[in-house]
Ligand binder design. Sequence first.
Ligand SMILES: Cc1cc2nc3c(=O)[nH]c(=O)nc-3n(C[C@H](O)[C@H](O)[C@H](O)COP(=O)(O)O)c2cc1C
Length: 226
Amino acid sequence: MRFIFYLDYLLLVSNRGRVSLLISVSNHFSESTDMPTILHIDSSAQGERSITRKLTKRLVERFGPDATVITRDLSQGVPQLSSDVLGALHTPKEEQTADQKALIAPGAEFIDEIKQADTIVIGAPIYNFGPPAELKGWMDHLVRSGVSFNVTPEGYETLLEDTKTYIVYASGGVPIESDVDFLTPWLKMSLGFVGIKSIETIAANNVSADTEAVANAEAAIDALEI
Ligand SMILES: Cc1cc2nc3c(=O)[nH]c(=O)nc-3n(C[C@H](O)[C@H](O)[C@H](O)COP(=O)(O)O)c2cc1C
């Protein structure tokens, strides 16, 4: 947060550049109303039994009751990149049919949600050495040429603002960032490719055998400097 006095006004500018309050200093002074917007993404298919859901909930609660929370439960379904979806994405906007618009609307929403967020929390369980299909599907909508990245003669450029992101990982046995964890490197690489590079990871490793794994992850969440 930066405080900028401009003539008779006080501008409160968040560290993401948003002007959150503009007041006349000579008339009054009021407390900041700059509340963070958190994008809370879950992808576990295990409902109430999910460990990542339990942990992401705990992490999001760390931002306090006044935070604005956008919830995106990917287990409810993500349109996969079928030929119909790709065809719709490659059709000029003015020529898209109503069906095509409906097919690509969720992807546009995903990107919009990211743009609204000051902080992103992603529940990322490891399923068969990689991400759940819905998390991969979400990323397929996010990584889009001309929307979230650009190809230039000098190489790739990112188009999304860097946004603090917490990845909350859970595995039955595979330790995070081990040789057989293909989830975390993929997720970090893909987010970085569109500009999201400030990433912190909380892991509940080896939950099948390690009875302390969830409690340790909870303690790590409670110790985060938010
Ligand atoms: C379909 C499926 C595949 C899984 N594959 C792996 C795996 O490849 N490696 C692993 O360590 N754990 C694997 N697990 C265990 C999960 O990572 C573990 O249950 C974790 O808690 C999942 O997070 P969640 O509880 O939020 O769904 C798998 C679980 C499921 C349901």
